[in-house]
Design a protein around this ligand. Structure first.
Ligand SMILES: [Zn+2]
Ligand SMILES: [Zn+2]
Length: 251
């Protein structure tokens, strides 16, 4: 049974253009919720109102730890086409701590199940993409077994997004995805997708949902830093700071 999740790997700040809190406010909220870590995952530059790529270059000024909360600097990329291309260069992606790719209706037209499946398969092939964002939304249906097989092969995680669950019509699809992850042993990340600080770490509806499906704790890879870091370090062998942090948490 899942009792807590101590990292929230999908949060936005004012930089995303339609979110309303700062990094410090998100960190304070995380501390208040008893979390160990958050990821700042601003929308990629194609999202109207979001940042220029230079924002991601300069993440180096953000401390790894703020008031005892670990901060991972990342992005929520936009899937741009049915080949799974995304909106930051590989050079830039290689510097980031954590990378989600998502399909958004204002950027990608919805096509056929085959179109969306191919787009996900393309994105999963990208070695920098760590997680498939909010796949449980109803607008981009895809062939679940093909995508989960590719996730398993590439050690890519599937997100359980609390915002998708809020919409009741998404629940059957979310249930299929979660049961698929259980069957294929694909790791999941349980995230808030907060666009306001008070939503950071508010994950109880997802925890209840997963427990109702007897979802195995060990596949909830962001339940704490001790479980998250070995997975993240394995995904990013070129990032020495993540390797060092993972070592620190394993000893
Ligand atoms: Zn999104
Ligand atoms: Zn988001």
């Amino acid at each position: 049974m899942i009792t807590f999740i101590k990292t929230d790997m999908h949060t936005h700040t004012i930089a995303s253009g339609h979110a309303y809190s700062t990094i410090l406010e998100n960190v304070a909220a995380a501390k208040n919720m008893g979390l160990e870590a958050i990821a700042i995952t601003e929308h990629g530059p194609t999202m109207p109102g979001s940042v220029h790529p230079i924002y991601f270059h300069n993440y180096t000024v953000v401390p790894r730890q703020i008031d005892h909360i670990y901060v991972f600097c990342g992005v929520e990329l936009n899937v741009l086409d049915y080949q799974g291309n995304v909106d930051l260069s590989n050079n830039l992606l290689s510097r980031l701590d954590f990378i989600i790719a998502s399909m958004h209706g204002n950027i990608l037209d919805s096509g056929s199940i085959q179109n969306h499946t191919e787009a996900w398969l393309g994105a999963i092939q990208n070695p920098y993409i760590d997680c498939i964002g909010h796949p449980g939304r109803g607008d981009f249906e895809f062939e679940l077994s093909e995508v989960l097989t590719a996730c398993k092969r590439n050690n890519v995680a599937i997100e359980v997004n609390v915002k998708s669950l809020e919409k009741y019509s998404n629940r059957p699809r979310c249930e299929d995805i979660v049961l698929g992850c259980k069957a294929y042993e694909v790791p999941i990340l349980v995230n808030s997708d907060a666009h306001f600080a008070l939503d950071v770490g508010q994950l109880q509806p997802s925890i209840d949902f997963l427990n109702s499906l007897n979802f195995p704790v060990e596949l909830v890879i962001n339940r704490d830093l001790k479980s998250l870091l070995p997975w993240l370090a394995k995904r990013k062998p070129w990032k020495s700071d993540i390797q060092d942090l993972a070592k620190q948490f394993s000893s």
